[in-house]
Design a protein around this ligand. Sequence first.
Ligand code: ZN
Length: 503
Amino acid sequence: MVENYDQSGSLILRGRVFTMEEDGQVEAVLIEGRRMAGVGSFEKLQKRTRGKPKILDLRGRTILPGFIDSHTHLIGMGLEEIRLDLSGTHSLAAALEMVSERVRGSAPGEVIIAVNWDESLWKEKRAPTKEELDRVAHKNPLILRRVCGHQAVANVKALALIGKGWKRVDRTRGILLEDVCLNLDDVFPPSRDQLLSALKAAIGRAHRKGVTSVQDMAKPSHLWAYQRLRQRGELKIRAYINLPFAEEKRLSELGLETGFGDELLRLGGLKAFADGSIGAKTAALFSPYRGGKTKGLLLHSQKAIIEMVKRGEDGGHQLLIHAIGDRAIHQVLKAYEKGITSSNPLRHRIEHFELAREEDMEETRRLGILLSMQPNFIGNWSKPGGMYEKRLPRLRENNQFGLIREKGLRIALGSDCMPLSPLYGLRSVIDAPFPQQRLGIEEALRMYSLEPAYFSFEEEIKGSIKEGKLADLVVLSQDIFKEGSEGTEVDMTIWGGEIVYRR
Ligand SMILES: [Zn+2]
């Protein structure tokens, strides 16, 4: 009966509705147009609607506010999704055939990137050569990246596009290692068509995962893609666009501040980096990485980072500073202490906060800094034998959500697109290996809804199930609070009153 719900009438969803508000759990939500027109008992809502509402009885299933992912790279993820995937091939010959088919379907000159080849699974047991790539593509730059992501082969046309500044490029054999492979989007900027296809693919994935809003770490060219999709009526996700700190001057000159825009597309803050990553041993630690002397590195001097904070603050920009290692986190807090107005009205944040020391958690609370963190990292790296164990001097002290929450700090959860899936993040944090990492389901869900809405200054319009707020909702396949809810999946995603995904 709801298949033909066209947003002109009213729709009542009935199920286990968790509102994230004081009423806790209710029975039904009434949707009219893009907004929620009522929340409460089914009978009451039914009486309130004029005409005959459509009713969707979800029985025992959970209805929650649509998930808000507080840290995404939507277009980067989408570009990965639209690339030619060679992971299922059993021979080099078959892979080259797939590539040449893609070449035939592409405009001359368009850059083609194929990914995930693994010569150990191929009959030939060897990597492709530059000559082979030249044979299948002589009018298109072509890059084939290995499954590890750190090695690739390029044809002549592609090699010609790689600037002199990139190291680890063997121009005779067409072999690319490390930095170029890891930054393909910078070396071979995607075309506008590719940006649009990538963004569409990413929005599709977000809907399948119940995500209705993102706080995206974007580039200016991405903002163009968001606007173009919006004009076409295809931007069915709310995006809070954070731009690199390098744009600060231009934005300030134009008078563009955090918050400019509307409920669909809004300018967020400025993204800066204080250090690197644990995997690459570039996150800045106080004590050395396991089995060596390196402590990672700070990307800026203390003075420089204070200056950045002051510029952000003066220009009306929220700052989102990537800080992973304890030394970087400490440095950023010192800069915030010097550079921001007390009580933090611009809601400045730290991204990741993976290895924070307890005393710096206290300092974070004192300064009122918000934390955008990724429970996915626990699932990906914190298990026995995982990357954290291999790299870190002290294993337990990573992603201590439970401890941080206990200290009264505000956390929003995000995925960093590794992968984009709030249910995976949720599972990772409620089943975390160490007690100080764990969160309860209810508080974790709040960090995927009302908390991130606060982080983007939008807590009045979304993030909870409340009369008057935008009708962004997710329906889960079962009661997620019940024991044994491991297999929970996203059944339906409603965005602005429209059903945008159904399993
Ligand atoms: Zn990120």
